[in-house]
Design a protein around this ligand. Structure first.
Ligand SMILES: Cc1cc2nc3c(=O)[nH]c(=O)nc-3n(C[C@H](O)[C@H](O)[C@H](O)COP(=O)(O)OP(=O)(O)OC[C@H]3O[C@@H](n4cnc5c(N)ncnc54)[C@H](O)[C@@H]3O)c2cc1C
Length: 477
């Protein structure tokens, strides 16, 4: 892999790389770290949990670095910071991706500066931002300057570092629908503790591979993300109840064709869909005053619905869309979610990507599965999230989700309100087999839980032992 090592620490400005790209000599291995670690460090046996409180881990060391030098010190010092070193951001992920018992859990939360807007060597307008920055903060910052990124999923807590090399989904306007597609360059610390930069201008192939690596090749510290002038979106909401899963698929295909981006929340056991057809509505960075206060009511209703995992289930016999049509800034719809307590309802989900050609088979067989499960166990998921994404050419996404070349994908994701409910867990585990083995859906190690080793392959070349946890090593092939 061809990468540029960034200049030595003394020449780094304010802890960020700022394109000071001068090769340096790598210090020999097994030497003490050349600089002390200044950030927060805990090795008191404390446990850490993900947002949904469904996965807990007990690392030997938990560290919150406050500079790039700190991250280098951690990676270089194998005695003080036991292998594996695994990075986390907001720990929102539903799967065991955050689990690193006995290793070093490195949390990027304090590296969250937005460094600025620039024009890169290819003439693109980009924002340079640190890995621990949350997406809502980035969206607000760009919005106030009249810019946006195309990926504007409703999750504001996810961090840039995680989504730059991990899996995401959004029914984006004028965009592919996953965050990493917009990342044009990265700075990271490799397994030797060197600060490196990689981009689509210097070594395209390695760069695209790195963006499929889930932090197993290095800890992302800084990203450059392409931005564009901010735009508005008009959403048309509609409710549909169909007689059969085949009719439901046809209706969803029709609605998808009739707009610029499409999202639906499907109450599958009732063949009921709450649909959001999105249309480009021209330039603009802020939700028009004429859309208020309805927009804010809608935003808060959506946030509550997502936070609580689509519970209570709506009474579909008496359901009216809150709003039929509204024009808004998608950046305003990016929400913050509070960390729930164990007795609160909270969202949990499973993710699968399918090719659009399979939509009828996926919806029909998922419906049959759900009804059979309901009959046997009196349980159904609260809803299913249906995202549509546009896949790029496969060289730009060589592995994992969205790697099948140009085309349209959709996801069909069951969602529930209690991650630890035994019936939900049984449903999700059994459904994995249908979605992945029978229907050929692609899962994500970050967004799909209870995966078996034969249900996901991550190429060995995308993982270095210094960063590879037991969770990830089971998928290497
Ligand atoms: C309420 C809620 C709503 C959600 N909505 C959406 C949605 O609409 N769309 C969507 O796509 N997802 C959604 N998600 C999922 C979430 O966006 C992803 O799981 C995201 O990766 C979480 O970011 P994080 O910072 O919490 O990552 P973490 O959970 O902290 O880390 C996940 C993994 O990312 C990698 N990683 C983290 N930081 C770095 C780094 N600096 N360098 C290299 N690798 C790193 C590691 O493999 C790590 O294990 C939602 C989750 C919740 C709880």
């Amino acid at each position: 892999m061809k990468v540029v090592l960034l200049s030595s620490i003394a020449s780094l400005k304010n802890g960020h790389a700022s394109a000071l790209e001068k090769p340096v000599t790598t210090p020999p291995k097994n030497q003490p770290a050349p600089f002390p670690f200044h950030g927060l460090l805990k090795n008191d046996g404390k446990t850490y949990s993900n947002w949904g409180l469904s996965n807990t881990t007990k690392p030997a060391v938990y560290a919150e670095p406050i500079s790039y030098e700190d991250v280098q010190a951690i990676v270089k010092d194998t005695k003080r910071f036991p292998t594996p070193v695994s990075p986390v951001g907001a720990m929102l992920s539903v799967s065991k991706t955050i689990v690193n018992d006995g290793g070093t859990l490195l949390c990027t939360t304090k590296l969250d500066e937005i460094i600025g807007l620039e024009t890169d060597g290819k003439g693109r307008k980009i924002v340079r931002v640190q890995a621990g920055c949350r997406l809502k903060k980035l969206n607000l910052w760009l919005q106030s300057r009249g810019f946006e990124i195309p990926f504007q999923a409703e999750i504001g807590e996810a961090t840039v570092g995680s989504v730059a090399v991990g899996d995401t989904k959004d029914s984006s306007l004028d965009g592919v629908g996953f965050f990493s597609a917009g990342v044009t360059a990265l700075s990271y610390v490799n397994a030797e503790g060197e600060l490196c930069s990689i981009s689509d201008s210097v070594d395209e192939a390695s760069f695209y591979e790195f963006k499929c690596s889930f932090g197993l090749l290095g800890i992302v510290l800084e990203c450059q993300i392409e931005v564009r002038p901010a735009t508005l979106c008009t959403s048309k909401y509609s409710l549909h109840q169909l007689k059969s899963p085949e009719d439901l698929s046809e209706e969803l295909i029709r609605l998808h064709k009739g707009c610029d981006a499409f999202f639906a929340s499907v109450i599958l056991d009732k063949l009921y869909a709450i649909c959001d057809q999105r249309f480009k509505a021209g330039l603009g960075s802020i939700t028009p005053a004429s859309s208020q206060p309805q927009f804010n009511a809608l935003r808060l209703a959506k946030r509550s619905n997502i936070q609580h995992g689509a519970t209570p289930r709506p009474n579909i016999n008496n359901l009216q869309p809150l709003i039929k049509e509204i024009t808004y800034s998608r950046a305003d719809m990016v929400n913050e979610y509070w960390r729930p307590s164990a007795d609160e309802s909270r969202v949990d989900f499973q993710y699968y990507e399918h090719d659009l050609a399979k939509i009828k088979a996926v919806i029909s067989q998922s419906y049959a599965f759900t009804k059979a499960f309901e009959e046997k166990h009196s349980f159904v998921p609260n809803t299913w999230a249906l995202y549509f994404l546009n896949r790029p050419e496969s060289k730009k996404k060589p592995y994992g989700l969205y790697s099948s070349g140009l085309g349209v994908s959709f996801s069909f994701d069951p969602l529930f309100s209690n991650p630890t409910d035994p019936k939900w867990q049984m449903f999700a585990k059994e459904y994995n087999s249908l979605a992945i083995k029978t229907l050929g859906g692609k899962p994500s190690p970050i967004q799909t839980q209870w995966l078996k080793p034969d249900e996901l392959v991550i190429p060995k070349k995308l993982a270095h032992p210094r960063f590879t946890t037991a969770y990830y090593s089971q998928f290497l092939g």
